[in-house]
Design a protein. Structure first.
Length: 262
């Protein structure tokens, strides 16, 4: 399905983006570029591989139920692949938790793309921080899980300023996630915009072939390790967010987008 010249991009989107780099009002359109899962009909089903502990199972289940309210996609929690370091599996999203260490990030979402099509994704939540008093709350856990899964559909953030009033969406940055634990109508409308504009002649959701091709040159990269992120190409003025780029050869690149938590 995919040639050796596929341009595979890994976007690692961390939870806490800086207002210094981004806008301060809710976006009318909050898609992540033009990236979407290829599919021949709506609604389509996207599998979420459950590699999380029992502590996280309820939050993963709630996020899956929330996002399945959408008219264009459903999600299904399935058994996880349990691959080391949450390696991706073609055609689906692997969701993982672990003590990833004091590396600065709280939650990370990844999507691999070929052209404008997402071919696989991962979500990681960092128990090193979620085991601390600051983040060990149901609201923070649900907020992060909901947002990171939302990124794997092609959604960006509605708002990236921490101190303003909550929008009632998990795709909105906040200092207090109490009312930002679930998607809101604007999120569902944006998904309709992304997935109702056209249908594709193929599907990347649940496609084994897509995953085999996309993973070919990435299995030796630990995307949780800053040494494997490549060159820093952009950094916010406050130093809390940065973009890294690594050329993997043959038209493939790795992008790491991270925010350094307090």
């Amino acid at each position: 399905m995919f040639s050796s010249h596929i341009r595979t991009v890994v976007l690692v989107l961390a939870l806490l983006f800086s207002a210094a780099m981004f806008g301060s009002v809710a976006d009318a359109s909050h898609s992540w570029g033009t990236y979407h899962w290829a599919r021949a009909a709506n609604p389509f089903t996207l599998q979420l591989g459950d590699n999380v502990s029992t502590t996280w199972d309820a939050y993963l289940g709630a996020a899956s139920t929330d996002w399945s309210v959408s008219s264009v996609l459903d999600t299904a929690v399935v058994s996880g692949a349990n691959l080391k370091n949450c390696k991706p599996v073609g055609g689906r999203v692997e969701v993982c938790n672990r003590k990833y260490g004091k590396n600065g990030w709280l939650g990370v979402a990844q999507i691999w793309i070929s052209g404008s099509h997402i071919v696989q994704g991962t979500v990681r939540v960092n128990d090193t921080y979620f085991n601390t008093t600051a983040y060990n709350t149901p609201a923070w856990r649900q907020f992060v899980m909901c947002q990171e899964i939302g990124h794997t559909f092609g959604l960006a953030h509605q708002d990236e300023k921490f101190g303003n009033a909550n929008l009632g969406s998990c795709m909105d940055y906040t200092n207090d996630p109490t009312t930002n634990q679930h998607p809101n109508d604007h999120d569902y409308t944006q998904l309709e915009t992304i997935y109702s504009s056209h249908l594709d002649m193929m599907t990347t959701a649940l496609s084994k072939a897509a995953g085999a091709s996309a993973r070919a040159n990435n299995n030796d990269i630990d995307t949780t390790d800053q040494k494997d992120w490549g060159k820093e190409v952009r950094k916010s003025k406050d130093g809390k967010s940065s973009l890294h780029e690594r050329d993997l050869g043959k038209g493939q690149k790795l992008f790491t987008f991270v925010i350094w938590a307090e």
